[in-house]
Unconditional design. Structure first.
Length: 470
């Protein structure tokens, strides 16, 4: 059993659906497959906008549903012979009408709760899986549509629900394991045990694939995208970026966290627990090997594996001589931001305890500063804390790799290369695992920094197949 997941860019129109089905069809004679599909490209974002429009009383949501209906109708007309179009179209039209009714209800009450939004977002995957499974059956492929809400169960934290692994794995084995045809499963969506629709967070379809693989005891997960695999850096910023042959689970999680288009970090959790390898493959270039993410991988000859970055961040600095040796300051700082729902991406503190700096999203920086000023008001008035400031228009760069562990000179080589280019480092953080060095720079220096690091560690024209080392 292999679980194959195809994303929205692989399914955005009839031609691309044909390509995906051809990939599946060629594998059926030798492999048992379970397929997970996302919504068509742009549909989930469109559903969110439609919900917000309806909440504001803006009737543009009607135009969106009508255009979505037309998009599906066009796909049906292109994929099916005339005699099969009507029977295929009926369930899709019924779902579109249901979506319109729900959005109309949102318009009437002028409110879209997180629970309602989860239900609205579920229509993208449901429509697409019904369409693709119907098309596969029209070709004689025994495909069975499976609504993931029947087998993936979560709590009621709408928008980013937490999975009940025990119940989910039991149900997956019972519901999907017994299917005689090929399961075509909706990604991204789930439900509470009471049947209320929930979602697994953005890019949650990858997570769906991993949960199914763990529940079914699959030998591998394949995530099909529009790139040849995981790249050593963002190709839009680094011209010499190349496909990485193999990554450890930990390297992949680090790269995902720091903005690389690899795989959602949550996806790795069931895969790591069950030791299931993950392949990143290219829908438009299926013959390419892709990138393997696994526990035991072949080591390459480079000191690092890849570079990732997070744009549009701000550096919050809490500074003051009165912080020296005072217990609880850091706890209060982090608690205040947690209560405000502000995520801290990176932390750095000097051993002198004179300052603490944290990196947050740029759009949250003003609120973060105000929350900290409120929390530490008495210390500011007593001059124990001098100031709380925010510096914006910054970027975090992360240098990642298993080979960094226990290897002297990595930091020296990294910062020496940046120094020769006159790139100033504002803050640095390194975990004890030694597989990640993160630092903050000004956004204007980001492209130069990424290319400088890539050249320093991989050379001018790095080979696509790195030399293996024992």
């Amino acid at each position: 059993m292999r679980v194959l997941k195809f994303g929205g860019s692989s399914l955005q129109d009839a031609d691309k659906i044909r390509t995906v089905v051809t990939i599946i069809q060629k594998r059926l004679s030798t492999e048992k497959l379970c397929i997970v599909l996302s919504a068509m490209r742009g549909v989930t974002d469109g559903l969110i906008r439609a919900a917000r429009d309806a909440e504001q009383g803006d009737t543009r949501y009607r135009q969106f549903v009508e255009s979505l209906e037309q998009r599906k109708l066009q796909a049906v007309n292109e994929l099916f012979p005339p005699e099969q179009r009507e029977q295929t179209w009926v369930p899709l039209k019924t779902l579109c009408k249901e979506l319109m009714d729900i959005l109309h209800g949102v318009e009437l009450v002028r409110e879209c709760s997180k629970r309602s939004l989860d239900l609205i977002m579920s229509f993208g995957e449901r429509l697409n899986c019904i369409l693709v499974s119907s098309y596969m059956r029209s070709l004689g492929i025994p495909a069975e549509y499976v609504d993931a809400r029947s087998c993936i169960f979560t709590d009621n934290r709408h928008g980013n629900a937490v999975v009940d692994f025990k119940l989910t794995f039991q149900t997956i084995k019972k519901e999907i394991g017994r299917k005689k045809g090929i399961p075509i499963v909706t990604g991204f969506i789930a439900s509470t045990p009471e049947g209320v629709t929930t979602t697994l967070g953005r890019n949650g379809s990858d997570y769906t694939a991993s949960l199914l693989a763990a529940g079914l005891g699959a030998e591998a997960i394949e995530i099909w995208k529009d790139v040849d695999g995981v790249l050593s850096a963002d190709p839009d910023k680094v011209k010499d970026a190349f496909v990485i042959d193999e990554l450890s689970y930990e390297e992949a999680m680090e790269m995902s966290y720091f903005g690389a288009e690899v795989i959602h970090p949550y996806t790795m959790i069931p895969a790591i627990e069950k030791n299931i390898p993950i392949w990143i493959k290219n829908t438009w270039n299926p013959s390419v090997r892709g990138t393997l993410i696994a526990r035991n991988i072949k080591r390459h000859g480079h000191a690092i594996s890849g570079i990732a970055s997070i744009e549009n961040v701000a550096l919050i600095n809490v500074e003051g001589g009165g912080m020296l040796g005072v217990p609880g300051i850091a706890s209060r700082v982090f608690s205040a931001l947690a209560e405000a729902g502000i995520n801290i991406i990176m932390i750095s503190q000097a051993s002198s305890e004179h300052s603490i700096c944290m990196v947050v999203r740029k759009e949250q920086s003003a609120e973060a500063v105000q929350k900290l000023k409120d929390e530490l008001k008495s210390e500011i008035e007593a001059k124990q804390i001098e100031d709380i400031t925010a510096m914006e228009n910054l970027e975090i760069v992360a240098v990642i790799g298993e080979n960094m562990r226990g290897t002297p000179g990595i930091s020296g080589k990294l910062f020496s290369a940046l120094g020769t280019q006159g790139i100033n480092i504002l803050a640095i953080a390194q975990g004890s695992s030694e597989r990640n060095i993160s630092f903050v720079i000004e956004s204007k220096d980001a492209s130069r920094a990424l290319n400088t690091i890539h050249r320093a560690f991989f050379g001018e024209n790095p080979a696509r197949n790195s030399k293996e080392v024992s």
